[in-house]
Design a protein around this ligand. Structure first.
Ligand code: IMP
Length: 431
């Protein structure tokens, strides 16, 4: 059986929850490797709806190991709340089924506060973040002043680490007219919860090696989407982590060859939340219709998602950068009532035709999509489970995506229900 990395291939919200749920049932170990509680995965298992933010999807299933890798930023209070909430729903969470990398970075209240202050400051470019403190925590990580899970184990060294962090933050806060951080309170609050977090803390890389030796099947669960990658996305309108498949190995602590199959989740149209370039955005009734049918509201912030036509140029690009082996196409049924469909196949930029999405923001906001038109199928596809039962025009649309991107279609999702899926290739059974 292969180890699989599952990655959103657009701007997030591709409908990963349902696919990850199916995959996590088959895996033994499920690992989150980047992002934090800015993610929102909804799972429906045995008619109970679970809304997960930070915990890997395996947590709601029995006999699975869930791992939060070093690449994740953890708000310890948000994590404890999530654990408490799930326990109330009957989910068993102990240090036998949840491991947290001891070298993962913590999100602390000053990070959250700074995220909010920046978003509210009118004279900078608003990113439209989730205001969870994700960006400021990653900044501290690469700035080598972060507090990590293992720092909670020793009050004396925690105090020293906090001094370094506070020194940096207080100068920023002073310039923003904000009060200094109350160090005593911060330490007291952290010490209060430290044992509750530390009990899950482990050298995760070592555990992963053990699992590999025992031939356990590992699922690497990506959050957000590849176009939000801090290097390859629509910078600066991105999240602060690497969301591409390559991040799974560094964010979990295993060699890149551990991943045998990269599954890219692709929505049959395009959406994004927050600010930033979006060449195929539909600011009209068609966009609203797609949004309504697709229930395009954020799971974390409840913001209305921007909707647009399928951008094949972008998806091909993300498939190449992440080495996607197969596409899980989602929400095809949302397009059932559209008479015509358009797919972006290239852009015009300064009078020239280009077949890729440029890196500069200046260009990203000026590209004009070149569309290929498709006839809609105007038939119900909801609940279809076999390829040959799909209307011919839907097959043409999907085949075009496959051929343009040069990637096999692994599955097609025809409703939010788990069983409403056309399975064409099982990622775990790749030779
Ligand atoms: P941050 O990750 O909170 O810093 O937000 C940065 C950008 O990523 C914003 O545009 C957010 O809307 C977007 N973002 C963060 N997490 C998600 C997600 O899980 N789905 C979709 N967009 C997200």
């Amino acid at each position: 059986m292969s180890n699989v990395a599952v990655i959103g291939s657009q701007w997030g919200d591709e409908g990963k929850g349902k696919i990850v749920d199916w995959l996590s049932e088959k895996a033994d170990v499920i690992v989150r490797f980047q992002g934090g509680h800015n993610a929102g995965h909804t799972l429906v298992v045995n008619n109970i709806t679970y809304k997960l933010k930070l915990l890997p999807s395996g947590i709601v299933r029995k006999n699975k190991i869930s791992i939060i890798g070093n690449g994740v930023v953890i708000d310890p209070w948000a994590l404890l709340d999530e654990i408490k909430h799930l326990k109330k729903l009957g989910v068993k969470i102990t240090n036998k089924n949840l491991y947290i990398a001891e070298n993962a970075t913590l999100i602390l209240p000053p990070h959250k506060e700074l995220d909010g202050i920046r978003e509210d400051t009118k004279n900078t470019d608003k990113i439209g973040t989730t205001r969870r403190g994700i960006g400021p925590a990653y900044e501290d990580k690469v700035g080598r002043r972060a507090i990590r899970v293992m720092d909670l184990a020793n009050k004396k060294s925690l105090s020293k680490r906090i001094d370094i962090m506070i020194h940096h933050h207080n100068s920023i806060r002073k310039s923003l007219g904000k009060s200094s951080i109350d160090k005593k309170k911060l330490i007291k609050d952290l010490i209060k919860i430290s044992s509750k977090i530390l009990k899950y803390s482990k050298p995760v890389w070592k555990k992963l090696e053990e699992f590999k030796k025992k031939k356990k099947v590992i699922l690497f669960e990506g959050a957000q989407g590849m176009l939000l990658d801090v290097d390859h996305g629509t910078y600066p309108f991105v999240t602060s982590s690497n969301t591409i498949a390559g991040a799974a190995s560094s964010g979990a602590g295993c060699g890149p060859k551990t991943i045998n199959y990269v599954l890219g989740i692709v929505k049959a149209y395009t959406t994004r939340v927050g600010e930033g370039p979006f060449p195929t955005e539909l600011k009209n009734e068609i966009g609203n219709k797609i949004g309504r049918r697709g229930k395009e509201f954020g799971t974390v912030t409840n913001r209305k998602r921007r909707c647009g036509w399928f951008d094949a140029v972008l998806v091909k690009q993300t498939c190449i950068i992440s080495g996607v082996d197969g596409i899980a196409l989602t929400k095809i049924d949302v397009l059932d009532e559209l008479k015509d469909l358009h797919v972006c196949v290239a852009y015009h930029l300064d009078g020239k035709k280009i077949d890729y999405f440029p890196n500069s923001l200046h260009d990203q906001i000026r590209v004009k999509p070149i569309y290929k038109k498709f006839n809609g199928w105007l038939k119900n596809t909801k609940g279809i489970k076999k390829w040959k039962e799909l209307p011919i025009n839907a097959q043409k649309y999907i085949n075009f995506i496959k051929n343009y991107c040069g990637v096999k279609i692994s599955s097609i999702s025809t409703s939010p229900r788990r069983e409403d899926t056309i399975l064409l290739e099982n990622p775990f059974k790749k030779n």
